[in-house]
Ligand binder design. Structure first.
Ligand code: GLV
Ligand code: GLV
Length: 339
């Protein structure tokens, strides 16, 4: 008996090492452009597919899922999956997997990069040197040139204490910081002790922290979690860093906060609209450090994410529960596998 392999549509070029592994189990089609497949293309590709590997730029809504009659698994190449209607997928018996764990360090490192870059005005300083301002002013060294904020000994507020938040806390210990955290669930006491982190409500965290860093997923509950009212609670001179999802912060409120000087600055890797247009008002602030959603963008991490996508697709093809399944209830709707 010959049986053809299931078809997988992969919405962007992953690493060859991962694609080669997937090819042993699947007929692979890869969208090989640098830009995402348009919605209509995605729709028609998924109608023909048994499996998909997606990115956070691919909008997978219920209509698209309902039309994809053969689709059994979506392996998301990201830890966040707010682009996918998971509830709908579960109802339809479609498995959704993500890539947690492997990007924890990279994302925590970028959060710290933004914390330090914002506090010490590194990007502004680079521009000052590079574009000749330092030369033109003949300053050399001045007691009040490019003054920033010290991080050591300050209070760090971590909103969302998952893997990434905890890693950020570990690094903060090296700066002798006082660590406050807020999450919907409190950590076990032992872990709190180990991290030296104190659980507080969000308002207390905002009021007391010198630096606030966001590590929550985007959900209905966290949409615009950091709104005008909350920004007003932050210390004057505090720094806000976001490496989670743009829409966790109300950007217009943040712009107001920056314009009126309630905050010292912000470090933003994620944006409500991506790609961020170059004329966006947030780009006018030189106390804002911007990055193009590169939290997980190290070679090591992006390769590990691709391998985890392959692990999930392969496990499913072999009739096993994928290792990082998001919608665990789906197994009650349909067992894993293509039979
Ligand atoms: C990236 O933003 C991710 O969710 O992995
Ligand atoms: C992501 O991996 C998180 O749990 O923070």
């Amino acid at each position: 008996m010959t049986c053809s392999k299931p078809k997988v549509f992969i919405t962007r070029e992953l690493f060859d090492e991962a694609i080669e592994r997937i090819k042993k189990y699947y007929d692979v089609e890869v969208w090989d452009r640098y830009t995402p497949p348009p919605y209509e293309v995605l729709r028609s590709k998924l109608k023909e597919a048994d499996a998909a590997a997606t990115l956070l730029t691919d909008k997978i809504d219920c209509k698209l899922l309902e039309e994809a009659k053969n689709l059994r698994i979506i392996a998301q190449y990201a830890v966040g999956y707010d682009n996918i209607d998971v509830e709908c997928a579960t109802k339809l018996g479609i498995y959704v997997t993500n890539t947690p764990g492997v990007l924890t360090e990279a994302t925590a490192e970028l959060a710290w990069t933004l914390i330090l870059a914002t506090a010490r005005r590194v990007v502004e300083a680079d521009v000052y040197v590079r574009w000749g301002e330092w030369w033109r002013t003949k300053t050399g060294w001045h007691p009040k040139m490019m003054l920033g904020t010290q991080v050591t000994g300050k209070t760090l507020g971590i909103v969302g204490m998952g893997r990434i938040g905890r890693r950020v806390a570990k690094i903060a210990k090296g700066f002798d910081m006082k660590i406050l955290y807020y999450d919907v669930a409190r950590l076990p006491e032992e872990l709190e002790k180990e991290l030296g982190a104190k659980y507080v409500d969000l308002d207390t965290l905002l009021r007391e922290s010198d630096i606030v860093t966001l590590h929550v997923p985007l959900t209905k509950e966290t949409y615009h979690l950091i709104n005008e009212e909350r920004l007003r609670k932050m210390k004057k001179g505090a720094i806000l860093v976001n490496t989670s999802r743009g829409a966790v912060v109300d950007t217009n409120a943040l712009i107001k906060a920056l314009r009126e000087g309630w905050l010292a600055g912000a470090g933003l890797d994620v944006h409500e609209s991506e790609p961020l247009p170059p004329n966006h008002s947030i780009t006018a602030f030189n106390n804002v450090v911007l990055a193009p959603h590169i939290g997980s963008a190290t070679y090591e991490t992006r390769l590990a994410m691709a391998m985890l996508v392959a692990d999930n697709l392969i496990a499913f093809a072999e009739g096993r529960t994928p290792p990082t399944l998001v919608n665990k209830d789906v197994v009650k709707v349909r067992p894993p596998g293509f039979k």
